[in-house]
Design a binder for this molecule. Structure first.
Ligand code: E4P
Length: 217
């Protein structure tokens, strides 16, 4: 499963990229606003740090303007992935852009039928929002199971990019289901490594090693 960082914070992206475990980045208008940075500038900086896809979202609601915005965004770097909302205009834009070889991430997906449409529109990625479903009392992971089943039934190549990830259990469940990608806030990605028995184990080994009085280097 590929790991994307769901952030526009350069320091966090650099930090995660240095581990060699980061496969891409997703941004959205809210994350850009939170960063306080210029959209074009920060997107270019992210594209320079990460080799993989960097999602940059259009803000127009009609197809013609989405196409114009996508034209500007895709010039930022070769690894820009244009993010469009799951609407008829967004799907139309997705079809036009992917037919032309541009990566597209169809976002704000909340149902299996919407995911089916995104795949039919040739989306590179579809972004189902699990956390926002959970917030509304619906198990977001059921949506990932549905999409995996639907895409496998028809051998769709659109990658399932689990979004709105809030905690490590979302990541584990996504991997169990066989999602292609998950995008999570840096704090969640960093939490994946934590286990109390790992810490306790290191503590014990260090204490016993000290008793030997030896050193490796
Ligand atoms: C990423 O592509 C999505 O925009 C993001 O994961 C949404 O997360 P949120 O529901 O926590 O805002």
């Amino acid at each position: 499963m590929k790991f994307f960082a769901d952030t526009a914070e350069i320091a966090d992206i650099k930090d995660l990229a240095a581990t060699g475990l980061l496969d891409g980045v997703t941004t959205n208008p809210s994350l850009i606003a939170k960063s306080g940075r210029n959209f074009m500038e920060v997107t270019k900086e992210i594209c320079d740090i990460v080799d993989g896809p960097v999602s940059a979202e259009v803000v127009a609601l009609d197809h013609e303007t989405m196409m114009k915005e996508a034209e500007v965004l895709r010039k930022i770097a070769d690894n820009v992935c244009i993010k469009v909302p799951l609407t008829i205009d967004g799907l139309k834009t997705c079809k036009a852009l992917t037919s032309d070889g541009t990566m597209v991430n169809v976002t704000l997906c909340f149902s299996g039928n919407q995911a089916l449409l995104a795949a039919k529109a040739g989306a590179t990625f579809v972004s189902p929002f699990v956390g926002r479903h959970d917030d509304n009392g619906v198990d977001g992971m059921d949506l990932i199971r549905d999409i995996r089943l639907i895409y496998d039934n028809y051998a769709f190549e659109t990658e399932i990019l689990v979004a709105s990830v809030r905690h490590v259990t979302h990541v584990l469940e996504s991997a169990r289901i066989g999602a292609d990608v998950m995008t999570a806030p840096p704090a969640v990605i960093k939490n994946l490594v934590k286990h109390v028995l790992t810490d306790k184990g290191i503590e014990g080994f260090m204490a016993d090693w000290a008793k030997t009085g030896q050193s490796i280097i």
